[in-house]
Ligand binder design. Structure first.
Ligand code: ATP
Length: 252
């Protein structure tokens, strides 16, 4: 479970995240949507404990991340949008290294790492240096590393970018199974189809504030337009100037 109360982040005088309240319960896959610069990555980095909030609080599995950062982060896996990866480790060494950061090693981790690499078609690259991996393969090893210590909560920024269709399907299945077992996922995405088909609930953030939050049915009911898809809801909530702006560009 993730509990966010009045979360705020300011950079100088600019407020990137402005008093967000949000609870993502156990077993939920929550989708975080918003236009470029809305505050998604800033929020997720605070939830992951790598960026200090200006105000507000965050609890991971009931543990306040500011008060008990090590205990909270032990229950968390984070997949950032621009991950750092050690090029001079092999795939399996990288997974062992990440598990080791969480104080985990031994046969259970070896088995888990091998299962994840198998699921993502990385087995034949297991002992190759990460520097030789393609963009998508790096993405897959990073995703695997977030799952390797079996965290209760996963925070993931734009997971589908760069994945081939099979890896995207594997990731969807992994997420679904993971939440079915009572874990929690908060995921940002720009792919509305991904959000609409995968997520239990969706939050739309704009200018650092949550504009709408709920299941697809709840979002539609709030919009009082029963047959709308997520794209229409998203564009209307976040300012549907797209058609006009495009026409302006094309008309010169
Ligand atoms: P995108 O969809 O483009 O990835 P986002 O919703 O993830 O966008 P953020 O990266 O959270 O948006 O950025 C929110 C706002 O905060 C933006 O206006 C950005 O310019 C600003 N911002 C982010 N990091 C910093 C920083 N270190 N210093 C100053 N401003 C920042």
């Amino acid at each position: 479970m993730i509990e966010i109360v009045q979360l705020t982040k300011r950079y100088g005088t600019f407020t990137a995240v402005n008093g967000i309240d949000l609870v993502v319960p156990r077993g939920e896959l929550f989708g975080f949507l918003g236009p470029n610069g809305a505050g998604k990555t800033t929020t997720m980095r605070m939830v992951a404990g790598i960026l200090r909030p200006t105000a507000g609080s965050i609890r991971i599995a009931g543990i306040d991340i500011a008060l008990e950062p090590v205990a909270a982060k032990a229950r968390l896996g984070f997949i950032p949008d621009r991950p750092f990866i050690y090029e001079k480790l092999t795939g399996i060494e990288f997974l062992r290294f990440v598990a080791g950061l969480y104080g985990q090693e031994g046969s259970a981790i070896e088995r888990r790492a091998d299962e994840l690499m198998e699921a993502f078609d990385l087995t034949e690259w297991r002992d190759e240096l990460v520097e030789s991996y393609s963009h998508g393969m790096r993405q897959k090893i990073i995703i695997s590393s977030a799952f390797v210590h079996r965290p209760e909560v996963i925070v993931v920024d734009e997971p589908m970018v760069g994945l081939d269709p099979k890896a995207a399907k594997t990731l969807k299945d992994l997420f679904r199974e993971y939440t079915r077992r009572g874990h929690t996922i908060m995921m940002s995405t720009h792919t509305l189809e991904v959000a609409q088909t995968m997520c239990d609930r969706i939050g739309i953030i704009q200018k650092g504030q949550i504009r709408a939050c709920g299941t697809m049915d709840e979002l539609r009911a709030n919009a009082e337009r029963g047959d709308e898809g997520l794209e229409e809801i998203f564009l209307r909530l976040t300012g549907d100037n797209v058609g006009r702006e495009l026409a302006g560009v094309l008309d010169g």
